[in-house]
Write a new protein. Structure first.
Length: 75
């Protein structure tokens, strides 16, 4: 999952600091998650999915699309 979080952050063109701020983590925590020395909590998986419209299944397993399809209201 750490590689997918890094890929997501890069796809969103966010720094580790900006990405972390959105989900309540500091830059060093994001760095540790991306390099595999810290695990991701259920809370942060849910926050990443909600804040960035990320497909939770993709985040957990790598299957499917990175992002959830947008509803007509969001387009």
């Amino acid at each position: 999952m750490n590689e997918r979080i890094k890929a997501l952050r890069e796809a969103l063109d966010l720094s580790q600091e900006a990405f972390g701020k959105e989900i309540g983590l500091v830059k060093s925590s994001i760095s540790n998650i991306e390099n595999g020395s810290r695990s991701v909590t259920e809370k942060h998986i849910k926050l990443i999915s909600t804040c960035f419209n990320v497909n939770e299944n993709w985040l957990r397993t790598g299957a499917g699309d990175m992002f959830n399809p947008m509803s007509e209201d969001e387009e």
